[in-house]
Ligand binder design. Structure first.
Ligand code: NAD
Length: 476
């Protein structure tokens, strides 16, 4: 496997490689170049040379080409999904959804390609004013390992539609499916160098990309601490940034909620992608009036989840992607047992199936009666552990839900519209759901407040966020 630069697979200027491992088995499935500063330089140069040609393509034609890319992704969805499962660990059905989701995102941007227009006005004394939008130039996109196919689409769709050219750096541990998607997009776009991919680590290829003087904007998704570092590096060149960072989403279940729907929402919200989703349900607040029946039903559902290799039929939940995160969660669970804070209702250990011994598996874990100050509630838990805190009424739930440095998503489950409206008003978050969680359609803006990020992705304004505004005043 090589890197994608100027429309072709190219070797790295260096001679080091990064192994890509299957987290379900530990086996090395491929290797990719350990991209260097020189590789980033070559990719940015290629994107710079392609800029005039790509930005001259009319927006509707750019949209058609993105649509064509989406069709090609759909045709290859089975093959790309298998690759995604093998490198990331998620069940095949989830991988398939993610690949189709990426195609859907590109189709969305194709559908709004006719909207990239400016505005005009007549200003007495100043003549005519035209406010036009122009692409920024070469943009950098830096991707995490948890959604390595969908997140590139969130960035590439609006960046390319706006007429920019792009250098993308996938996560070092999940570059394979992203490279396949990028090749299909590059081929459909038809201008060599419009989209380039450099594989490598964050500290080397990632930082070189952010620092490169020709990069005008960096769109990053990943951990909050990395986002802060990127903001600092980008500030040196006065580059604009989009930062989609960590989250600790609360889900509030009110006394009048539809309990079956809320149980299903909590299970999907927490255990989808083995709990490794930025907007996963990371803290559950349940009203004391229904806590008993709710927790009983939830425990049954969590115990019924089947853990296994994502490629095996019937698997509900695969391994954690990273061994370090499994070790951290096991440590936090051991601490929780030692302090007696919380009651382990399900899971909490490593599955004893010998066939899973070499993977990073953890049983789906439910901890009830948690104190709101426990580390499992306070920190971002990026794995299949769901802490439940019992509350009395919506006031307490909202107050506890807001006790975090993050502000990505939040949900409330209730049949009472004024309660939902009040929670929407008072919860500090970028996306708020009522009687659902985890849904992120490309049609509406998505992003966080506080330490969950700066800027927004998705929605009709997304291409405009990768454009600059020029005002032209004309006197007749
Ligand atoms: P990470 O920050 O470790 O890495 C993300 C990407 O940044 C990788 O490609 C990595 O190589 C690169 N990188 C690392 N250090 C860098 C540096 N100094 N300079 C430039 N690039 C660098 O994040 P991760 O562990 O891959 O992803 C998990 C995190 O992402 C979680 O915190 C999760 O909540 C967050 N996330 C947020 C969203 C969102 O939309 N808000 C979506 C998905 C994931």
């Amino acid at each position: 496997m090589k890197m994608l630069v100027d429309g072709a697979w190219v070797p790295s200027a260096g001679d080091r490689w990064l192994d890509v491992r299957n987290p379900a088995t530990g086996e090395v499935i491929d290797r990719v170049p350990h991209g260097t500063e020189e590789d980033i330089g070559a990719a940015v140069d290629a994107a710079g040379h392609a800029f005039d040609r790509w930005s001259a393509v009319p927006p509707r034609e750019r949209g058609k080409r993105l649509f064509f890319a989406a069709q090609e992704i759909r045709k290859r969805a089975d093959e790309i999904a298998r690759l995604l499962t093998r490198e990331q660990g998620k069940p095949l059905a989830e991988a398939h959804n993610e690949v189709l989701g990426a195609a859907h995102v590109l189709e969305y941007y194709a559908s709004i390609s006719g909207t990239l227009t400016g505005t005009s006005a007549t200003i007495p004394g100043n003549g005519y004013a035209a406010v036009v939008k122009k692409p920024l130039g070469v943009c950098g996109a830096i991707i995490p390992w948890n959604m390595p196919v969908l997140i590139p689409a969130w960035k590439l769709g609006p960046m390319l539609l706006a007429g920019n050219t792009v250098v993308l750096k996938p996560s070092q541990s999940t570059p394979l499916a992203a490279l396949q998607i990028a090749l299909l997009v590059q081929d459909a776009v038809g201008v060599p160098g419009a989209l380039n991919v450099v594989t490598g680590t964050g500290s080397e290829a990632g930082e070189a990309l952010v620092r490169h003087p020709a990069i005008r904007h960096v769109s990053f998704t990943g951990q909050t601490e990395t986002g802060k570092r990127i903001a600092m590096l980008a500030s040196g060149g006065l580059k604009t940034v989009t930062l989609e960072l960590g989250g600790s989403d609360p889900m509030i279940v009110c006394a009048d909620a539809d309990l079956d729907a809320a149980v299903e929402g909590a299970v999907r919200g927490r255990f989808y992608n083995c709990g490794q989703t930025c907007t996963a349900v990371k803290r559950l607040y349940v009203d004391a009036a229904i806590a008993g029946p709710f927790c009983d039903r939830l425990t049954k559902r969590v115990c019924a989840l089947r853990v296994g290799d994502g490629l095996a039929p019937g698997t509900d939940m695969g391994p954690l992607h990273r061994e370090e995160e499994r070790a951290r969660l096991l440590h936090l669970l051991a601490e929780m047992r030692a302090t007696g804070d919380g009651r382990l209702a399900a899971g909490g250990d490593v599955p004893d199936d010998p066939g899973l011994r070499n993977g990073h598996f953890l049983t789906p874990t439910l901890v009830t009666d948690m104190s709101p100050d426990s580390a499992l509630v306070r920190e971002e838990i990026f794995g299949p552990v769901l802490p439940v805190t019992i509350v009395t009424g919506i006031d307490e739930a909202i107050a506890l839900a807001n006790r975090t440095r993050y502000g990505l998503g939040a949900s409330v489950w209730t049949r009472h519209l004024p309660t939902a409206a009040r929670a929407a008003e008072e919860l500090e978050c970028g996306i708020f759901w009522v009687n659902q969680h985890l849904r992120i359609p490309p049609d509406v803006p998505f992003g966080g407040v506080g330490e969950s990020g700066i800027g927004r992705e998705n929605g009709p304004d997304a291409p405009g966020r990768y454009m600059r505004t020029q005002t032209i005043l004309m006197k007749p």
